[in-house]
Unconditional design. Structure first.
Length: 217
């Protein structure tokens, strides 16, 4: 402020609000159990649906292919969501091995599930993008072994319509029931054997999907 402005007591305009910072790529990174051709995701269902899926290695006809389904590459986020396989209709935890090509295809065409300045030009552009896709992404706080939130995010991928059908009938290569593993880890934690519990966790490493600026990653 100049001396003249100060002397005359002329009010100055407040600074223009700055644009919100873009999400940090380090804060939003997909971590998963994966191979060169597959990635493992998790879902939890009632035994009436989950057990036949694990037995047959594919989703049964009762699995509704037209509704939105959310897949999670993080085992501990799945444990947070299903309460270590204790919540109603989430008593059976499945590890679903799907093709990387299908997963990557969904990511490339996905939209964030909510409007985010710095990622979308404006709210209308986000809504238009959302209407044009059958895949959407949420970034939720990752969880530690005790299911407390961590300072970085974990991906959830929502699939509907053609993406949901492709997931169930094309991308899925194997389905395993990992409910016993979830209960074993939980039991060790309750017994105070944290190191033993940690040793049983699936190994999840950064998944190289390439830059995904349209998803804030």
């Amino acid at each position: 402020m100049s001396d003249v402005t100060t002397a005359l007591n002329v009010p100055t305009a407040p600074p223009a609000p700055s644009a919100p910072p873009a999400p940090s790529a380090a804060n939003r990174r997909i971590r998963a159990a994966h191979t060169d051709t597959t990635i493992t995701v998790y879902q939890a269902y009632s035994p009436s649906l989950g057990l036949p899926a694990a037995r047959d290695g594919r989703f049964p006809p009762a699995w509704k292919r037209e509704r939105m389904t959310w897949i999670k590459p993080s085992f501990l986020w799945m444990m947070y969501r299903c309460g270590w396989a204790s919540k109603p209709d989430q008593e059976t935890v499945l590890a679903i091995e799907i093709s990387r090509s299908g997963f990557d295809e969904a990511l490339r065409g996905a939209c964030l599930s909510h409007y985010e300045p710095g990622v979308h030009a404006d709210r209308e552009a986000w809504q238009q993008s959302l209407r044009g896709t059958s895949a959407r992404v949420q970034w939720d706080p990752e969880r530690d072994l005790h299911l407390n939130p961590l300072p970085y995010r974990s991906l959830q991928l929502g699939l509907s319509g053609r993406s949901s059908r492709a997931y169930a009938d094309e991308w899925t290569l194997a389905i395993r029931d990992v409910t016993p593993l979830a209960r074993e880890i939980h039991g060790l934690l309750r017994a105070g054997e944290e190191d033993a519990a940690r040793a049983l966790l699936p190994v999840e490493t950064p998944y190289a999907s390439g830059p995904l600026p349209h998803l804030g990653a």
